[in-house]
Design a protein around this ligand. Structure first.
Ligand code: MN
Length: 240
């Protein structure tokens, strides 16, 4: 893992907190470019507080490799099983971003209502953990079996909702997955507002493909803004 990637992973933690995707909970990881069987994720602390020193190395069975025996998040299997199932994925965000949650519990499917969120596609799947662990659980993805089931629910999509819990977004890079996580939350807000006014006109499948391709060429622009904004607010609150 290069220093630049580690620094980007730290910045991504701060951005996702600052943009309202992560709070005290949730996490982002990045696959190691030189060893696809390993990924990097923070130890078990709030994303806004993460520094380079907090980043741990984990294998695709969810085992942490750390000389200091530090622990990472109990839901690391979300990441390990998606990396196992999806060689194209190099970064994963799991969040409880609040505006998305209602779409996981009502039968109203999360669908793209604007050109910034074409990556969602029109078939956003929902992970129903009861199908895999029964009616009494913490709803947390705490083992390989539950992580594998989530990866299968995600399939080839970029985002999956987790009923009564949150969502997961995947991407080919840290910048792409941060963009997708932010705009999944934005789209949920816009779609809820649209539904309050009437029946929304959703993007067609073809518009989803074309808008996603177009926006993927502009990932640096919002990233630079989000970095500056996260640094400014971290400085203001003295948490960096
Ligand atoms: Mn969670």
């Amino acid at each position: 893992m290069t220093t630049q990637l580690l620094q980007d992973l730290v910045l991504a933690n701060h951005i996702l907190f600052n943009e309202g995707v992560l709070d005290g909970f949730g996490h982002i990881s990045a696959r190691d470019p030189s060893d696809p069987g390993r990924f990097h994720i923070s130890r078990m602390i709030a994303p806004a507080l993460v520094t380079v020193d907090d980043i741990l190395e984990v294998d695709l069975d969810g085992v942490v490799h750390d000389e200091r025996n530090r622990r990472t998040y109990v839901e690391r299997f979300i990441h390990s099983e998606i990396y196992k199932a999806r060689p194209d994925v190099h970064s994963v965000v799991h969040s409880h971003s609040p505006t998305v949650i209602p779409f996981g519990v009502t039968g109203t499917r999360l669908r793209p209502v604007c050109h910034m969120s074409g990556f969602l596609g029109n078939k956003t799947p929902i992970y129903e953990i009861r199908e895999f662990i029964g009616e009494r659980s913490s709803l947390l993805v705490t083992n390989q079996k539950l992580g594998k089931a989530l990866a299968e629910t995600l399939g080839a999509q970029n985002v999956a909702l987790m009923r009564g819990h949150g969502s997961v977004a995947v991407g080919a890079s840290i910048k792409q997955v941060v963009y997708r996580a932010v705009y999944t939350e934005v789209n949920a807000r816009l779609q809820a507002q649209s539904l309050a006014l009437g029946e929304p006109v959703y993007l067609t499948d073809g518009e989803c493909i074309e808008t996603a391709e177009a926006m993927d060429t502009h990932l640096d622009r919002p990233w630079q803004l989000w970095v500056r904004r996260a640094r400014a607010s971290a400085g203001a609150t003295n948490t960096d």
